[in-house]
Write a new protein. Structure first.
Length: 290
């Protein structure tokens, strides 16, 4: 490809990285990941990359910020470079919502349970005011009332979340003996809790109870967990076109214009299992220079 070494970039990578890629995340989870807040742009030169990929990132941006971010993706790509985006599939959520709603009205027990979950998929990450929101509360149930349907929706990543939630639940309350002098890490956590408590007391005095709650909610909603928008195959293609990309095309987890895509295991496990089955995938191209 133009006689140059291929340069692939994975933005907001989380724990899903590949050593052949440049991996960037605001909170690096592994070695070699570049720590960077993508709200400040992509820390790469113009026309320096052949592929830009991001998964479940664009929905966390406000629409105006999403367009600026897509233009950044365009900037760092070389002419003919490929942008690949994975994001929750709003169209599929809406179709499932209507299907499960009809089933619930027809007194189908399984549909009623599935309806509860798909409604959370539609709204919870948009309106939540604390970590995990109502989804976390739902997934803490053991057993889950509609386990098969939920795993079909949230896949292996969801299974890992549920395992972690259940592991934490088993470990509480902590019955291990307490040392007279806590370990250094525990001491630091205890000190930070005291500092936070003192700051909250000051803020409570200055702002009042309602003002303090508004501040806490605002801080949470600006921290990056909530969804500020959702996309379907039409709206995402329009966003790509607005950023000057050409030829948006819907792909699957395993199909791509990116050479040897499946070997990177960014959207699938080595056995082909889709990591985030609630996603849809779209690619577009930066036009060749005239």
């Amino acid at each position: 490809m133009r006689g140059q070494v291929l340069r692939y970039v994975n933005l907001g990578c989380g724990s899903r990285c590949h050593s052949a890629w440049i991996n960037i995340d605001i909170a690096p989870c592994g070695p070699g990941v570049i720590a960077h807040d993508l709200n400040r742009g992509i820390p790469l030169p113009d026309s320096s990359c052949d592929v830009v990929y991001h998964s479940h990132l664009v929905e966390h941006l406000r629409p105006a910020d999403a367009l600026r971010f897509m233009k950044e993706c365009y900037r760092v790509l070389r002419a003919g470079g490929i942008l690949r985006v994975a994001t929750p599939d709003l169209e599929r959520i809406c179709r499932l919502y209507l299907e499960k709603l009809e089933g619930a009205f027809a007194s189908e027990n399984s549909s009623a349970r599935d309806y509860e979950w798909i409604l959370l998929e539609m709204y919870d990450q948009t309106v939540r005011e604390k970590n995990g929101g109502m989804m976390r509360h739902y997934l803490e149930q053991n057993p889950l009332p509609n386990e098969n349907f939920i795993y079909q929706r949230i896949g292996e990543e969801g299974r890992e979340i549920i395992r972690a939630l259940r592991s934490n639940a088993v470990g509480k309350p902590d019955q291990s003996p307490r040392l007279i002098w806590p370990r250094l890490g525990e001491f630091r956590k205890h000190r930070q809790r005291l500092v936070n408590r003192a700051l909250n007391s000051i803020l409570l005095y200055l702002l009042g109870r309602d003002g303090l709650r508004a501040l806490e909610i605002g801080r949470f909603r600006l921290a990056g967990e909530v969804h500020h928008w959702m996309y379907d195959r039409y709206s995402l293609s329009q966003l790509m076109l607005a950023a000057s990309f050409r030829d948006p095309i819907t792909q699957s987890a395993t199909t791509s214009q990116i050479p040897q895509w499946s070997s990177f295991n960014l959207d699938t496990l080595p056995d082909g299992t889709v990591i985030k089955p609630d996603s849809f995938f779209m690619e577009s191209v930066k036009p060749a220079e005239v």
